[in-house]
Write a protein that binds this ligand. Structure first.
Ligand SMILES: C[S@@+](CC[C@H](N)C(=O)[O-])C[C@H]1O[C@@H](n2cnc3c(N)ncnc32)[C@H](O)[C@@H]1O
Length: 237
């Protein structure tokens, strides 16, 4: 899978995608916010590319870009994908580590239903459930080399509350990574600009050789979304 950049400017995607800057007519019974959402979707080069390339989500390109740049996923790695639906990150991870049904190397969790995928063991469960960590490790059949979390809490429109709930998911994911990763392993998780708490950063800095915030091009510029990348887990020994 390539890490090629999306088409830019007002041209078409060149793969049967629509041209950019299409508008949805007013007066079709749509709220302004819904119309803007539809316009953003049809004009988004990553959405078009995902469709053309058979990826389950535009989010797949975030992981592709981060992995191309930072080299997280290696052939034979075991990977846990937290908040995996609809499965774009799973597709990328399964391809890059070479996971197959005969030798499953990916365990994914989401409380939303997700279509099955070759090489991926899917748990439809809330990651915050007490037994979720144990079930994930059991499904993976060994400790992970990489823990990924793209988990985001459903937004309620109250910015602070939305941030706090997603940050909580990030903290629980980090705690899980620190308890389960193999030495030398990596952790990548969704966070927000200005949202990574000092305690979380301290935990990651103590346990990983490098910690950095990353914003792939596929993450919308206007979004406060950011990823935290912690590399080279020092191990629990
Ligand atoms: C941005 S989407 C993930 C997209 C995915 N990385 C992809 O490439 O298709 C975030 C997901 O996190 C899931 N999620 C949020 N909180 C969760 C929780 N407590 N347990 C499991 N999944 C959760 C949501 O259901 C949602 O599907």
């Amino acid at each position: 899978m390539s890490g090629r950049k999306p088409p830019r400017g007002g041209a078409s995607s060149g793969r049967g995608g629509r041209s950019i800057n299409q508008r949805v007519k007013k007066g079709r019974g749509l709220k302004n916010s819904s119309r803007r959402w539809i316009e953003r979707q049809i004009n988004d080069p990553y959405v078009q590319r995902a469709k053309a390339e058979g990826m389950r989500s535009r989010a797949a390109y975030k992981l592709i870009e981060i992995d191309d740049r930072h080299g997280l996923l290696k052939k034979g790695d075991r990977v846990i994908d937290l908040g995996a639906a609809p499965g774009g990150w799973c597709q990328v991870a399964a391809g890059r580590v070479g996971s197959t049904d005969a030798d499953k190397r990916i365990a994914a969790i989401d409380y939303l239903e997700m279509d099955t995928m070759p090489g991926v063991e899917i748990l439809q469960t809330d990651f915050l459930d007490d037994d979720a960590p144990e079930r994930l490790l059991e499904a993976l059949g060994g400790p992970p080399d990489v823990v990924l979390s793209d988990m985001a809490a459903p937004t309620i429109g109250h910015r602070n509350t939305d941030h706090l709930r997603t940050m909580h998911l990030c903290e629980v994911a980090a705690d899980f990574a620190v308890k389960t990763l193999k030495p030398g392993g990596h952790f990548l998780a969704k966070t927000f600009q200005g949202g990574t708490e000092k305690d979380l950063l301290d935990l990651l800095k103590r346990n990983f050789k490098s910690v950095a915030h990353v914003k792939p091009a596929a993450s919308r510029a206007e979004s406060v979304e950011l990823y935290i990348l912690a590399k080279d887990f020092r191990g629990n020994g």
